[in-house]
Design a protein around this ligand. Structure first.
Ligand SMILES: O=c1[nH]c(=O)c2[nH]c(=O)[nH]c2[nH]1
Length: 317
């Protein structure tokens, strides 16, 4: 964000509305309904310094108006729309309608309502809540410069074997034994950047982003677990994370970079003993104490070198 100089001090500001909750239903003529539920965050960078400094609100877009805009735009969606396209539409509105607004940052979290199946049949208007959430962040400048990021939050996965951790630094504080047999559990948070740099380069295909979201999630999950029978050995969360990120970039040329956060949710071996009974419970890869506090925190991002980034770096260097 650009700083301004006021009274010899640096000043930066933004304002917006958080957690604007909206649900949109589409009722198909054949009786099949679709619903999305979104929690929208809007943040506007705008020329409204006078409100802070001179008590002059004449350049302020009221956050109440921002909230209303979410409902108006939801109403205007006559066809089902991806959460990304909805965010892009909002950003376009704020940057084009208000002369004062220089950048719009729209973040949306979609609640995972999933169609229910009754006796194997998809229900026409029944939904249940799934687990992981689809997220997006769209940044649009008045100049037209666009950034689209999508993500998943709370993707909880666990495997009961084919995981180990050994060969790490051992010193006088190290208590953890090497192992080639443990439970691996995590709750993946991922976010990935698309290459679209202007509104006109966004694919016009309806639900393009929704499809990508499902595909990326599948690649992440498939890579975490490996094939159904033999699985795949994980020498560390770090290694599994890297392979997951690499698989996504390998599979989707339209994804520039991906960031993964994978907390290591420990399942500790249970061994109980007393003076009289040295083996009340002796761990045999069977009884664990699940714990998420404390947990390991492992995160990384992997991205492509774009020609223009390389050129820009060369110019700086
Ligand atoms: O996969 C792991 N990575 C670590 O960095 C780490 N550290 C630790 O104590 N256990 C693990 N496991």
């Amino acid at each position: 964000m650009a700083d301004e100089m006021i009274d010899g001090l640096r000043f930066e500001q933004r304002h917006g509305k958080e957690r604007v909750r909206v649900a949109r239903v589409w009722r198909n003529e054949d009786g099949r309904h679709t619903i999305v539920e979104w929690s929208v965050g809007i943040s506007l960078l705008s020329d409204c310094v006078a409100a802070y400094v001179f008590d002059d609100n004449s350049d302020i877009v009221a956050t109440d108006t921002m909230k209303n805009t979410v409902f108006v735009k939801a109403k205007e969606c006559s066809e089902q729309i991806s959460v990304e396209d909805f965010a892009i539409g909002l950003a376009k509105h704020f940057t084009s309608v208000y002369q004062q607004v220089t950048t719009a940052i729209i973040k949306i979290v979609e609640k995972p309502w999933e169609r229910v199946y009754i006796d194997g049949q998809p229900h026409e208007h029944g939904f249940k809540l799934g687990s992981e959430k689809h997220t997006t962040e769209v940044i649009l400048k008045k100049s037209g410069a666009l950034q689209v990021t999508s993500g998943v939050e709370g993707l909880a996965v666990l495997k009961t074997t084919k995981s180990g951790f050994e060969g790490f630094i051992r010193d006088k504080y190290t208590a953890l034994p090497d192992t080639r047999e443990r439970i691996l559990a995590t709750e993946v948070t991922a976010s990935w950047r698309y290459p679209f740099e202007s509104l006109s380069s966004v694919p016009p295909k309806p639900l393009y982003f929704t499809e990508r979201y499902l595909d990326v999630k599948k690649v992440l999950v498939d890579t975490f677990f490996g094939p159904p029978k033999e699985g795949v050995y994980s020498p560390s969360v770090q290694s599994t994370l890297y392979h997951m990120a690499k698989a996504v970039l390998g599979r989707f040329p339209d994804i520039l970079s991906i960031r993964l956060k994978m907390p290591n949710l420990h399942f500790l071996p249970v061994n109980l003993s007393s003076k009289d009974n040295p083996a009340i419970v002796k761990f045999n890869d069977d009884v664990y104490l699940p714990t998420d506090e404390p947990h390991g925190s492992i995160e990384a991002s992997l991205g492509r070198f774009r020609i223009k980034d390389v050129e820009a770096a060369a110019q700086v260097g």
